[in-house]
Structures are given as structure tokens and as C-alpha cells.
Design a protein around this ligand. Structure first.
Ligand SMILES: CC(C)(COP(=O)(O)OP(=O)(O)OC[C@H]1O[C@@H](n2cnc3c(N)ncnc32)[C@H](O)[C@@H]1OP(=O)(O)O)[C@@H](O)C(=O)NCCC(=O)NCCS
Length: 184
């Protein structure tokens, strides 16, 4: 069991720490906002589901491949959203990244700050080689954010993801370790 809080990174305004059981009501609330859930793979059905997930994170290593690790974004004691990463099982030097910001804290630069903080953490602490993001083509805010953080567009996959009862297109954007180092 780790000692809480597990701080992943500190940015100019945010303390990025592992999601804990106590965060469950807040995470459940903003992840169920219509504009947040629309493109999200994980929409918890209850605060208890979030609690159970936080407990399960506690039982494994931070970089356990194949499991999403949720990191909440604490701004002066307020949870403004979360970022998450999942190390790939087949290639443990690669990871996928995700992000969700409470609608009332969007368009304030928190997403950019947190994404950069997470990418920096993953490349420096976990010695990753490549990080990618999977984005719905209609999620323009997400694509703008990810490109602003230096990710390259890699491809548009047609009907490649089974999402909410139908086959959906998927955009892949990625950044390599050397690309991140060049732009730092
Ligand atoms: C995708 C998502 C995280 C993007 O969040 P966001 O709030 O648009 O992104 P940022 O926090 O970086 O804010 C950027 C905007 O804030 C502005 N801004 C204001 N203050 C700023 C500051 N101090 N620093 C940087 N930007 C600032 C920027 O100019 C920018 O405006 P623009 O988009 O009009 O150009 C958000 O839309 C979201 O949570 N969506 C729902 C979940 C989701 O779809 N996640 C992605 C799944 S892949």
C-alpha cells in the first residue's frame, strides 16, 4: 500500500496525484457531465465504482501494464479533472494517455498543463519510447489540445473502435521520446 498522496508531478498550478477513494464523489460527478462523457471510454456508474477503481490501483504497481492509472488534478484543493495512462502489455515502453476536465474548468489551460506534466513524467520516470492518444474525429477540443502539446497526427482509422454500440472512426496522435526532448 503506498503512502498517500502519491504525487506524480507538480506543474505551475496543479498537483497531479494518484486518484484516491476520497476523490470518488467528485470524479463521478464531472465524468458524468454530458460534455465530458460523450467521448470518454470510462463513465463510472456510481461513486462506489470510482472508489473500487481507486482501491484496485492501490494494489498494483503504478506502471502495471494493461491497467489505466488515474491521476487527479488538484488546483488549490479543487479537483479540476484527471489524466490517465495505460502502459501497453505488448510494448512496455509505449503508453496511451487520456484526459478529462470538469466543464467549469475547461478553457483555462489546465488540460495543456496536465498533459505536458504527464508526458514529461512518463518519459522521464518510466523511460518510455512512445506515447499515443486515441481521439474521436469529432472531438475537436481534444485534437487541438493534443497537437498543441506536440503530438503528431499518425492516422485516421475507419470504423476501428467499438464504442457505445457502434463502430467508430479513430484518430491516432503520438509523440516519441526524442520529439519530446527536442521541444522541451
Ligand atoms: C479535451 C479537453 C481535456 C480539452 O480541454 P481544454 O479546456 O479545451 O484545454 P486547455 O485546458 O488546454 O485550454 C485551452 C484553452 O484555454 C485557453 N487558456 C486560458 N488560459 C490559459 C492558460 N493560462 N494557459 C494556457 N491556455 C489558456 C487557451 O487559449 C485555449 O483556448 P482555445 O481552445 O480557444 O485556443 C476537454 O475538452 C475535455 O475534458 N473534454 C471531455 C473529455 C474528453 O473528450 N477527453 C479527451 C478524450 S481523448
Amino acid at each position: 500500500m503506498p503512502d498517500y498522496p502519491v504525487i506524480i508531478a507538480k506543474t505551475e498550478r496543479l498537483t497531479m496525484r494518484a486518484m484516491e477513494v476520497k476523490d470518488a464523489p467528485e470524479v463521478y460527478r464531472y465524468r458524468n457531465q454530458p460534455d465530458v462523457m460523450i467521448f470518454q471510454g470510462w463513465t463510472p456508474q456510481s461513486a462506489d465504482e470510482v472508489k473500487a477503481y481507486a482501491e484496485s490501483m492501490n494494489e498494483r504497481a503504478i506502471a502495471a501494464a494493461g491497467h489505466w492509472y488515474q491521476v487527479v488534478l488538484d488546483y488549490q484543493g479543487i479537483i479540476v479533472g484527471d489524466v490517465a495512462f495505460c502502459i501497453e502489455t505488448e510494448h512496455e515502453q509505449q503508453a496511451e494517455l487520456g484526459i478529462a476536465i470538469d466543464t467549469q474548468y475547461q478553457k483555462l489551460g489546465f488540460a495543456q498543463e496536465a498533459t505536458r506534466g504527464l508526458v514529461d513524467y512518463l518519459f522521464t520516470t518510466h523511460n518510455l519510447h512512445r506515447i499515443h492518444v486515441s481521439i474521436d474525429p469529432q472531438n475537436h477540443a481534444s485534437r487541438k489540445l493534443i497537437e498543441r502539446c506536440g503530438f503528431r497526427f499518425e492516422g485516421h482509422l475507419k470504423k476501428a473502435v467499438w464504442f457505445k454500440g457502434q463502430w467508430c472512426d479513430d484518430l491516432i496522435l503520438a509523440i516519441l521520446r526524442e520529439e519530446w526532448q527536442q521541444q522541451k
